[in-house]
Design a protein around this ligand. Sequence first.
Ligand code: GAR
Length: 194
Amino acid sequence: MRKAKIAVLVSGGGTNLQALLDAEQSGVLTSGEIVLVVSNNAKAYALQRAEKAGVETAVLTGKGFEDALRQLLAERGIDLIILAGFMRILSEDFTSAWPNRILNVHPSLIPAFCGKGYYGLRVHEEALARGVKVTGATVHFVNEIPDGGEIILQKAVDVLPGDTPELLQKRVMEQAEWILLPQAAELVSKGVLK
Ligand code: GAR
């Protein structure tokens, strides 16, 4: 059976990448296979996770990032791109070439706490500062507007008394991101194959 070829773009720890790799093992992700992991940061622990799973890795940095990425994606016959903790904004030129073929996971219920400047721990700091009682995660398609593409899946997570940004980040990952991202990857991979 043909599977959608997935490239995952990362910048840091790679727990969402790990959730995708685990989902392939557990049978949650069956319509797609992760064949390439690209980081814009040579020190990203995500690269080690990929290597451990036997997945090809590449580190691309600097001004030529998108050109090098385009070439690599074409050479590997990639069908679908997943941004999993990828901390660089892709140009409109790039995103418009991949309509409904780039997914991103964002650690809030979009349209809250999203857009330019909202990434990683920052999102949870802002949610706590605003005093929301419920937050969550969103998986969406990527277009030219940061965090502005069509929403695919969302899941709510409670904010609890005594939460720190780190505690809240961990809960949102465990209860939402690591569940939603593999589900969305399967959903979109299935669509790609049709
Ligand atoms: C995750 O919480 C992800 O949603 C967020 O960064 C973290 C990366 O963790 N992404 C963004 O904020 C993108 N705007 P990970 O490297 O362990 O997957």
